[in-house]
Design a protein around this ligand. Structure first.
Ligand SMILES: [Zn+2]
Length: 469
């Protein structure tokens, strides 16, 4: 089974501060990790870090560390109660980039202790941190054999992926050469092995999908419940009149276009909204996700998924206000980058919880929604809006360039200053800003991974789906 690990920049900072106190000696910490159970693979998501005080370590030298087990019972009881994985992390201040024989012996003892205590077969992990911040990790099976982690994802203002298998640079095909020339072989290879989710395949989503495919992203997961209609044809470049006539699903039209491009991009499609547990699970298995939705509840739900599963989230919102008779009041839009554990669309003030509730009711229970709007309890949320492809294209391109900047930082200023871009085409405004105050609501869910019901939301329980079916 392939095991991956995800952690945030703040968690990495906390580990660095403890593991490299400046005395040149090894140090040790533990983490409790939520789990994401996939097909033949499992994701570990760092939820909480427990540092072992230096004075509790029996031995601390530049090559070795051991520690008192006094903090273990409490840590292991919590792992047992919550089903979380236990991860051990120690430093190699001398920069030795592998597990040593001492580490092998120590890990075998520790994992055996864990196995006896927890009595489970689920993977736990051991990591080394090097002085440059790089992490190297492995799991151990019941026979005591070690296996490297398939990848380690570091989610911060930049995005780093350690331990990913690299392709031979000679294998870069002609269609990828210009990308490699711009951002280097390493970034091209990374794009090729990334799995990116796009939720919403209409006005902005279809353009994001086109850009991601042309930029050689390896796998795309596409989610949208709608079918192509003639009114969409002004802004979905992959769609034809024939698609509108036969009412093809938008995700199927996207998959066909990506297949015809011939880059070998893998595509998974879900012709449902994000309230489908299968669609949620498919998103959680992605490395990165783009939200290209109008709906407040969809964006709020995706931000929640991003927190539970440490998933970097790029959100696009376009606002075109016109009077319907040629009068344009406003043409503007924003691209938000959302780091799990950081600020959210909610905490940035894009909507209120009441608005998210009203929008969710519209999606999940239209009858109750209509009653509540009729009774004046909530404001109406659904309206047909004007939409123009050339406008959408500005923000779709901005969002994909934002991804590239996070994978391969190329700006003069640090990425932290670009959490939000806003462009008003009507008012001649371009601005970007940092949003560094964590969301009080969503940051509580950081790294929780799989829980029952999914995302702690009864609306997403599989039982409900079965009874509806
Ligand atoms: Zn070591």
């Amino acid at each position: 089974m392939n095991v991956t690990l995800s952690l945030t920049d703040k968690q990495h900072d906390q580990l660095t501060a403890h593991l490299f106190p400046g005395d040149g000696k090894e140090a040790v910490a533990f983490a409790l990790c939520g789990r994401r159970h996939g097909k033949g693979e499992q994701g570990l998501l760092v939820r909480e870090i427990v540092t072992i005080p230096y004075h509790s370590c029996g031995v601390r030298t530049p090559e070795c560390v051991n520690w008192s087990t006094s903090q273990m019972p409490e840590l292991l009881s919590r792992a047992e109660r919550t089903g979380m994985a236990v991860m051990k992390i120690h430093s190699h201040p001398n920069g030795y980039p592998s597990f040593s024989r001492t580490d092998d012996k120590s890990d075998r003892e520790f994992f055996s202790y864990l196995g006896i205590w927890l009595g489970d077969n689920s993977p736990h992990a051991s990591l080394i941190m090097l002085p440059d911040g790089k992490l190297i990790g492995r799991t151990i099976n019941q026979e005591g054999q070690f296996r490297p982690l398939a990848s380690i994802k570091w989610v911060g203002d930049d995005l780093k992926f350690w331990g990913c298998s690299h392709l031979d640079s000679n294998t870069i095909p002609e269609y990828g050469i210009r990308i490699a020339q711009a951002f280097g072989d390493g970034t091209y290879q990374l794009l090729r092995r990334l799995k990116i989710g796009v939720v919403g395949c209409s006005g902005t989503g279809s353009l994001v999908i086109e850009l991601l495919s042309r930029n050689c992203v390896g796998t795309l997961v596409l989610i949208d419940p709608e079918r192509i209609e003639e009114k969409n044809l002004n802004r979905i470049p992959q769609a034809t009149m024939e698609d509108a006539k036969c009412r093809a699903f938008k995700v199927d039209v996207m998959a066909r276009a990506i297949g015809e491009m011939g880059f070998g991009t893998k595509v998974e499609t879900f012709a449902t909204d994000l309230y489908d547990p299968d669609a949620v699970r498919a998103v959680t298995a992605c490395d990165i996700v783009f939200g290209c939705m109008d709906s407040i509840d969809g964006r709020h739900l995706l931000n929640r998924i991003s927190s539970f599963y440490i998933l970097p989230y790029f959100d696009i919102g376009v606002r075109l206000i016109a009077d319907g008779a040629g009068g344009v009041e406003q043409v503007c839009g924003s691209v938000h980058y959302l780091k799990p554990g950081g600020s959210s669309l909610l905490s940035r003030g894009l909507y209120t919880l009441d608005q998210a509730h009203a929008a969710a009711l519209f999606s999940t229970d239209p009858v109750a929604y209509a009653e509540q709007v009729g009774d004046g309890y909530i404001e109406g949320v659904h309206e047909e809006k004007p939409a123009v492809m050339s406008v959408n294209m500005v923000y779709a391109a901005l969002a994909v360039n934002e991804l590239l900047a996070r994978l391969h930082p190329y700006r003069l200023d640090p990425n932290a200053e670009y959490d939000r871009h806003t462009i008003s085409l009507s008012h001649g405004i371009y601005e970007h800003a940092a949003h560094d105050v964590p969301c009080a609501l969503l940051s509580n869910h950081l790294g929780r991974g799989d829980v029952i019901p999914l995302l702690d939301m009864p609306a997403l329980s599989d039982k409900r789906k079965e009874s509806v079916a």
